[in-house]
Design a protein around this ligand. Structure first.
Ligand code: FES
Length: 162
């Protein structure tokens, strides 16, 4: 659902009411904003600046320090390719390369059509299924490079959160 400026202002006000609205509470506030909106938009940061005494420059300074925060709209489908030890020894790197080639993006990027985010991650906690890929949190185990096109096409025509 598209959020209006009024929605953004209201949600940020609610988020701030659950944390200390000062520099010490900034990271949890940013985490909640990202959970709510999917990323830290310029509008959200401007709202945060207006509703606290923290400048947008300071907010960007803190947020850019942590790789968990993103500043662009996320893709509809989030693909995570495990590069933890168990997955690495079973070809995780080759699988990641296959996704990069098929989607024509590097890990950490979003496809031009906004359909996919490709992320390189450490252990996803299900090493017995290595090599592991998740799409929107759904686990695909024993993935091979040959299975990559089928995984992509399974999600390409679907909306988000499938
Ligand atoms: S190393 Fe990939 S799930 Fe544990």
């Amino acid at each position: 659902m598209i959020k209006t400026a009024k929605d953004t202002r209201f949600r940020i006000k609610q988020i701030l009411s659950q944390h200390s609205a000062d520099r010490a509470g900034l990271i949890p506030v940013l985490q909640d904003i990202q959970t709510e909106f999917g990323y830290l938009s310029q509008e959200a940061i401007e709202q945060l600046e207006q509703q606290t005494d923290i400048s947008a420059n300071e907010i960007y300074g803190v947020a850019t320090f942590y790789s968990q925060f993103r500043f662009t709209v996320p893709g509809e489908h989030i693909i995570q390719v495990c590069q933890g030890t168990a997955c690495h020894v079973r070809g995780g790197q080759r699988i990641l390369r296959e996704f990069e080639q098929r989607l024509e993006i590097q890990a950490g990027r979003t496809t031009k059509d906004g359909k996919f985010d490709l992320q390189r991650v450490a252990c996803l906690g299900c090493c017995a299924l290595a090599p592991v890929v998740t799409v929107n949190g759904k686990v695909h185990g024993a993935v091979t490079a040959k299975k990559v096109p089928a995984i992509i096409s399974q999600y390409r025509d679907q909306g988000g959160n499938s």
